[in-house]
Design a protein around this ligand. Structure first.
Ligand SMILES: [Zn+2]
Length: 366
């Protein structure tokens, strides 16, 4: 079994993490006071954190999403967004994350007059500050941003254009998030077509709370390069009584084309997409050698870190260092950062990092 310290020390890459799902509880309380947000159920950071986790663990994506009112509520001013983004970078770096794509929907922070561009600018500024502070303390992290459009809003084209405007300043792709049912990817074709024409990158939340049609549309109509969650792809996989497995056409396509699955085990348990981590389809999918990646989704709502997700997987399936390295390299192969940057991280950070940990492990065992 891997120890928590070893997991934290191991270099990790994160492709699916929401900025508004990872605030420090104490920061929410501070910002609420500073900017006059009076919607919080409590001003005690520990109580607030427990309240949010309880609210998130109700086995429904729609109820899960309700808890974001309070994080987004305190992210309506430039300085607040800069602080949240900087702390995000510091927290991820402290957890041993060396590359992160953190997503945010700028339209959520426009209640007090900020424009989409101002929100993205503040977000990137925070990442820069936080990464610099992390580097000073000996923890290098590459922070990039995915710009998300919310399914319920009708601004996806505007948001997509904003994402492309910031592509040379740290934005690496475009995403669509929010309630899946009733909002299929084909509703946003204009935005996806625009992104594709600009040779930019697309990931879509699909196959989380809703099944195969959503995954199919995301891939074959919208042109998604990766699937946010994608866990329902198991609905197209049949395990026979003799243990053999049969893939349907879509499940085969996803595996053959090496479509990355941004899997978030604990979050799926909270939204009801899986009964427990032990029963999560990630086990079958990794054994079938899908391009599986491990992610946090919402660190605050789900009470997780990337390290604790790996810990849960090791506990459930005994993945060990070898599989952890495979999952990390999967993530870097699937990342939207330029190829040379990903290669540098794989060859100069991840592989030596795991080699070092393996040597240490065998020294301890010997
Ligand atoms: Zn998500």
């Amino acid at each position: 079994m891997l120890t928590p310290d070893r997991i934290r020390e191991a270099p990790k890459a994160l492709l699916h993490d929401h900025l508004d799902g990872g605030l420090r509880p104490s920061t929410i309380v501070d910002l609420a006071g500073e900017y006059g947000y009076d919607g919080l159920p409590t001003r005690d950071p520990d109580d607030l954190s427990a309240w949010i986790r309880r609210g998130a663990d109700r086995k429904s994506l729609e109820l899960y999403l309700e808890t974001f009112a309070h994080t987004v509520g305190v992210m309506q001013e430039r300085d607040a967004i800069v602080r949240v983004a900087a702390e995000c970078a510091e927290d991820l770096a402290a957890d041993g994350v060396v590359y992160a794509e953190v997503r945010y929907a700028p339209e959520l922070s426009t209640e007090r007059g900020l424009t989409l561009d101002e929100v993205v600018d503040a977000n990137l500024e925070g990442f820069k500050l936080g990464a610099a502070r992390a580097a000073e303390s000996g923890r290098a992290i590459v922070m990039t941003m995915l710009v998300t459009a919310m399914r319920q809003a009708a601004r996806s084209v505007e948001v997509a254009e904003c994402a492309v405007r910031w592509r040379d300043a740290g934005v690496v792709g475009f995403d669509v998030a929010g309630p899946e049912k009733g909002y299929p990817p084909t509703r946003y074709l204009d935005a996806f077509e625009y992104i594709r024409r600009e040779n930019f990158h697309i990931t879509i939340h699909a196959g989380e709370s809703f099944g195969l049609p959503s995954i199919w549309e995301a891939l074959q109509f919208a042109g998604a390069e990766r699937l946010g969650h994608g866990v329902r792809i198991v609905d197209d996989i049949t395990t026979r009584s003799d243990g053999s497995v049969e893939l349907g056409r879509l499940a085969a396509f996803v595996r053959d084309r090496r479509i990355p699955l941004e899997m978030c085990p604990t979050s799926n348990v909270h939204t009801g997409a899986a009964a427990s981590v032990r029963e999560h389809p990630i086990d079958l999918l990794r054994r079938l050698r899908y391009r599986v990646t491990v992610n946090t989704d919402n660190r605050l709502m789900s009470g997780v870190t990337l390290s604790s997700e790996f810990e849960a997987l090791d506990e459930a399936f005994g993945i060990g260092l070898g599989e952890m390295e495979w999952l990390t390299i999967n993530a870097l192969k699937s990342a939207f950062a330029p190829f040379d940057e990903r290669l540098r991280l794989i060859n100069e950070v991840v592989k030596p990092g795991y080699a070092h940990l393996r040597a240490e492990q065998s020294r301890v065992a010997g």
